[in-house]
Write a protein that binds this ligand. Sequence first.
Ligand code: EPU
Length: 426
Amino acid sequence: MEKLVVHGGYKLKGTVNISGSKNASLPILAASLLTDESVFIRRVPDVSDTNFMVQIMGQLGASVERFSGNVRVEAKNLHSQATYEQVRKMRASICLMGPLMARMKQCVIPLPGGCVIGDRPVDLHIKAIQALGATVNIDKGNLIISAPNGLTGATIDLRGDHGPTVLGTDNLMMAAVLAKGTTVIESAAAEPEVVDLADFLIKMGAKIEGAGTRRIVIEGVEKLHGCTHTVIPDRIEAGTFMVAAAMMGEGVTLRRICEEHMLSITELLRQCGHTITFNDKGDTAVVESAQTAKPAELTTAPYPGYPTDMQAQMTALLAITEGISVVKETIFPQRFMHCSELKRMGANIKVANGTAVITGVNQLSGAPVMASDLRASAALVLAALKAEGTTEIHRLYHIDRGYELIDEKLLSIGANVERLVDEEEQ
Ligand code: EPU
């Protein structure tokens, strides 16, 4: 295993290129199984989650080639059974259900287990596929799904206790594009990644209206064809670098981003006093750190609200912002693992009932810390950049799931970080 050693206190300056979105790439890769023609996807980030997806697709029979951020998929002959060994590595493999059902009329997908950020049920995915006429049984930890006569469109309300479901909306959209008749998704997720998937499916010949709103209407078609698509910029990676620049920057420029997708993140950073200036196209921004930053109150919410995937990083920033800040997590109320590690670095944070109350401190100090999930690890890296002394972040594989070349990108803007073999974790 590897660890990241961060020597804190180095100012950040320069330009970072933001990668394509991990969370858009995963369902788009899965959706490429909907046709037997060749599909070409650009700007797929080289992170371990997209690698897991490519591996699983290969094991399902697709031919997948990867080079310079591009992925070419040709799924001529597929089989419909994913193994637990493959699926347990990545919860997002549940989004293979929709394409496999649309194409094969049956599939076996191991139930993904729990996860450190919360319970993460799949009841809404099951409800959706059942509504399209499939039968679902659970046997030995596997979802066994079958619709021998094919899927038929229906109206489905996908709202759960914590709001809409992103991958649930994706799964239903992918199942419905080849179903008979019309499917209406009520309470759909409206995240930019859902819109990117819909754009990709439309390029393949699907008939979809309303992606990006709470009501998506899909008219099933007979067949989909190959296409070329470029994945949207990763708004969470961009947000993470914006927070790094707000904490330690002396003028950091982010390129290949999308202003419109980041409004809730930039609004909050501006409220704290940091300056973010976009170019006219909205694809480049310069971030300047405030002389005296202000605390904030934030509540995570489905898009266009403040994203849960940017909660941990903002918590790290607020931990060193003078005053009292309040962070409420409504999507995954248990997603506060980073707080215990930040406390080991000197942060003053109290977590109860899905809310963190943060009393900003002047300085953090380097410490050995443990990454627990992708965004929690990002928060630890951010805190470590600011901290006095050296921080060792163990279990670096968590961050490699979703941040492409994070150490290289940080080095290129002046951070002092080293990726080393972790002798303690071997
Ligand atoms: N939920 C249910 N039942 C379901 C599905 C979801 O109750 O069947 C609940 C969840 O427990 C949660 C809420 O609905 O409380 C929203 O979860 P959602 O289904 O939207 O999450 P997801 O689609 O599994 C994606 C991202 C996550 C991100 C969430 C929320 C991908 C691959 N993953 O997960 O990203 O946190 O949406 O925005 O797109 C990350 O990148 O670090 C990450 C965890």
